[in-house]
Design a protein around this ligand. Structure first.
Ligand code: SF4
Length: 77
C-alpha cells in the first residue's frame, strides 16, 4: 500500500492552518484546546502557529480549535 501512504502524506503536507490576526481577539481558547499547535503571543495578544508538521492527532485537535474559536479566526485550506 505504498501509494495510499504517499497520497496521505501528500495531503497532510498540503494542509495549512492559518490565523487571521484581524479577527483574533487573543482569548486563548485555541491554545487551551490544542497547546502543541497554537500559542498566544503575549506581545501582540494574538494566537500564532507554533508547529507546522501535523500528525493525525494534531488534525483532530486543530478541528476542535477551529470549532471553538469564537471569531472563526482559524482556517485550513
Ligand atoms: Fe484568537 Fe480564536 Fe485562538 Fe481566541 S481561539 S486566541 S480568537 S485564534
Amino acid at each position: 500500500m505504498p501509494i495510499d501512504g504517499t497520497h496521505k502524506l501528500t495531503e497532510r503536507m498540503l494542509m495549512k492552518v492559518e490565523i487571521d490576526v484581524d479577527l483574533c481577539t487573543g482569548c486563548g481558547l485555541c491554545e487551551e484546546t490544542c497547546p502543541d499547535i497554537f500559542k498566544l503571543n503575549e506581545d501582540d495578544d494574538v494566537a500564532e502557529i507554533i508547529k507546522k508538521d501535523y500528525d493525525d492527532n494534531d488534525e483532530e485537535c486543530i478541528e476542535e480549535a477551529i470549532e471553538s474559536c469564537p471569531t472563526e479566526a482559524i482556517t485550513t485550506d
